[in-house]
Design a protein around this ligand. Structure first.
Ligand code: 5GP
Length: 144
């Protein structure tokens, strides 16, 4: 999988955007969708994706990047207020060798808690309980 390849509209996030796959939504506007990661690396692991199709940040137009990161900051602040983590990691992977596993541009907001170890990246951990994810999403979106 190279950095530059055609966008595959059957990727899981494209299906979520089209409503063909469910997600636990945190926030949506005309440009971005934010939802809970189903294999969270920590409690409250949230994803933010641009609605416009692109495989990675290198292929995303600058205007969409601006909107995306504006929303990332806003949602990260809501995560902080809602969940009171000790820190927040913001990550974004480009290309399979860099750790990317879903090829629609996305940003991770990963709360860190001093007393809890960070889970593995890339969907290798345990699938979260959907009720628990919904509770977290409701708390975060209440702060937006
Ligand atoms: P990447 O590895 O590409 O940076 O991140 C992809 C993320 O998507 C991973 O953290 C993984 O847990 C998450 N993920 C994979 N499949 C699904 C899914 O079907 N729904 C949701 N909400 N997240 C997913």
């Amino acid at each position: 999988m190279t950095l530059h390849a055609p966008y595959d509209s059957d990727n899981i996030f494209a299906k979520i955007l089209r409503g063909e796959m469910p997600c636990v939504k945190v926030f949506e506007d005309d440009n971005i969708l934010s939802f809970m990661d189903v294999f969270p690396q920590s409690e409250g692991h949230t994803l933010v994706i641009p609605k416009a199709p692109s495989r990675n940040l290198l292929e995303t137009n600058a205007k969409d990047i601006g909107r995306l990161f504006g929303s990332v900051q806003r949602i990260a602040k809501a995560v902080e207020t809602a969940l009171k983590p000790d820190g927040i990691i913001i990550t974004q992977f480009n290309g399979a060798p860099a750790g990317q596993t879903v090829f629609h541009t996305h940003v991770h907001i990963i709360p860190r808690y001093e007393s809890k170890a960070l889970g593995a990246h890339g969907g290798t951990g345990e699938m979260a309980d959907m009720g628990m994810l919904q509770e977290l999403a409701t708390k975060i979106s209440a702060e937006l």
